[in-house]
Design a binder for this molecule. Structure first.
Ligand code: COA
Length: 164
């Protein structure tokens, strides 16, 4: 069986976003119907709290966060362009934002997700636990799913490469 390509084969770099990256980040989010910003579901896109995945000079994925208090944060938007999914780019982005938050002293991280496969991914690879459901305020993300599943991870217990 052919070995699946991963981020090493693909020369992916994960970097903090720059202000100029905002239109590209929104284009990536559009691929997952998560580009309606500002909106009640996503009031702002703070580029200072985003990481981008770059391949051959192009942004192919992005992930953000918002600090809520000295110990708490939530993830904001994350998507990888459909043709670049399943190569580990999402995982690299997620690990990067979790370690950045851990370094800032964040202990608890919340994530709202709607797609069942994505919810399973957060649990399997990072150790998130489901803590509740939340009705969407309006259409955002998957159009056939009208609620968010709220997930939480204890970053003090999380080790990088969890689940390897
Ligand atoms: C979630 C997402 C960022 C993952 O990016 P990625 O680069 O494909 O992630 P990875 O390659 O690291 O991981 C792929 C794994 O995630 C699983 N997965 C996660 N979300 C999935 C989805 N929506 N559809 C199918 N598989 C999905 C795959 O089954 C695969 O698992 P496996 O390795 O056990 O086969 C990407 O699927 C995406 O952009 N989804 C749409 C937007 C979204 O749901 N964003 C999160 C909002 S909270």
């Amino acid at each position: 069986m052919m070995r699946q390509m991963d981020t090493e084969d693909m020369r992916i770099q994960i970097e903090p976003a720059k202000e100029d990256d905002v239109p590209e980040i929104l284009r990536i989010m559009e691929s997952a119907n998560m580009h309606k910003v500002p909106s009640p579901e996503m009031p702002e896109l703070d580029w200072k709290c985003f990481f981008v995945a770059i391949m051959d000079g192009e942004i192919v994925g992005a992930a953000g966060y918002k600090i809520l208090s000295a110990t708490d944060a939530k993830t904001t938007l994350m998507a990888v362009l459909p043709e670049y999914r399943r190569f580990g780019i999402g995982r690299s982005l997620q690990e990067r934002r979790m370690s950045a938050l851990k370094q800032k002293g964040i202990e608890r991280l919340l994530t709202n997700a709607d797609i069942p496969e994505t919810i399973a991914w957060y649990k399997k690879y990072f150790g998130y636990k489901e803590i509740g459901k939340l009705k969407k305020l309006h259409e955002f993300g998957r159009t056939d799913i009208d609620e968010w599943t709220t997930l939480q991870i204890d970053l003090t217990a999380w080790r990088e490469n969890h689940g390897e």
